[in-house]
Design a protein around this ligand. Structure first.
Ligand SMILES: [Zn+2]
Length: 271
């Protein structure tokens, strides 16, 4: 998972989202706001709704790779995902900055799972609402789930490209909360528990390495810049951009990568 650059939405869509949000905020109680958020999102988030067509268009621009899910980077992104779930945070239901593009396989299990840090220590409280329970607002607390719209996930997550191709917390992080956030995010998004994802990251590693090697060969043969630009573009648009970022970050600990990047230092800027 990489940090998303905000592509923005046009002024009309922006005004319309605010209008939708005001309908939610105008309800008297928290329970009514939750209900309104869910029902309005369901009715507006449809093909042909100009606002959500624009939202999806721009979320697509922000995707890493061709319409790839922002969480797994593997499957087609086709669902507008609320990073802060609308079931808990109806005040963020129609907030552009709370959206990312996800696939159903990631979005389904994540659903309205969320957790917030307790005030007194580094442990967290999972937000759980039993069926038919009274709808009450969560207490205030910092989010545990890493938010790719607001922060760089790779400050917390480290992908082992040497062996396992599993995500682990960044070892150098000494703050317990950072490790807790990494572990929680890996678990909730199923980043390690889906074996096909692990395998796909491993294949992506090999693919990126070959593409970089191929680029160096072509560059040294003196092919024209347009052809090289196309090769660079293909690397930047390939699935599993996290793998590529990690190859850049970890290049000095991996002899083959070190050699390739030493021969093509310009590649460290292809992000
Ligand atoms: Zn996904």
């Amino acid at each position: 998972m990489i940090q998303l650059n905000d592509a923005g939405i046009d002024a009309t869509a922006s005004a319309k989202l605010l209008e939708y949000q005001n309908l939610v905020n105008g309800k008297a109680t928290y329970a009514e706001r939750v209900e309104e958020a869910k029902s309005k999102f369901k009715s507006y988030n449809r093909k042909g709704n100009a606002t959500f067509d624009e939202v999806k268009k721009q979320l697509n621009v922000m995707c890493c790779g061709p319409e790839r899910c922002n969480y797994c980077e593997d499957s087609k992104a086709d669902e507008v995902e609320h990073i802060y779930p609308k079931d808990w945070y109806p005040d963020k239901c129609f907030v552009w900055g709370n959206y990312c593009y996800a696939c159903g396989t990631c979005n389904g299990p994540k659903n309205n799972k969320y957790a917030i840090f307790k005030r007194e220590d580094d442990t967290y409280l999972e937000l759980i609402r039993e069926k038919d329970a009274t709808i009450v607002a969560p207490e205030d607390g910092d989010a545990v789930l890493i938010n790719p719209r607001d922060e760089n996930p790779l400050k917390f997550l480290f992908l082992d490209i040497n062996r396992s191709f599993f995500f682990v917390p960044v070892e150098a992080n000494t703050a317990e909360k950072d490790n807790v956030r990494a572990t929680y995010t890996i678990k909730i998004l199923g980043l390690n528990s889906r074996s096909y994802l692990v395998k796909a990251r491993k294949l992506a590693f090999s693919n990126f390495r070959s593409r970089l090697s191929d680029y160096i060969t072509h560059r040294d043969l003196g092919v024209d810049q347009n052809q090289l630009d196309e090769m660079i573009k293909n690397i930047k648009e390939e699935h599993h951009q996290t793998v590529w970022r990690e190859m850049i970050r970890q290049r000095d600990h991996h002899p083959v990568l070190q050699n390739l990047f030493n021969r093509a230092p310009e590649a460290t800027g292809w992000i």
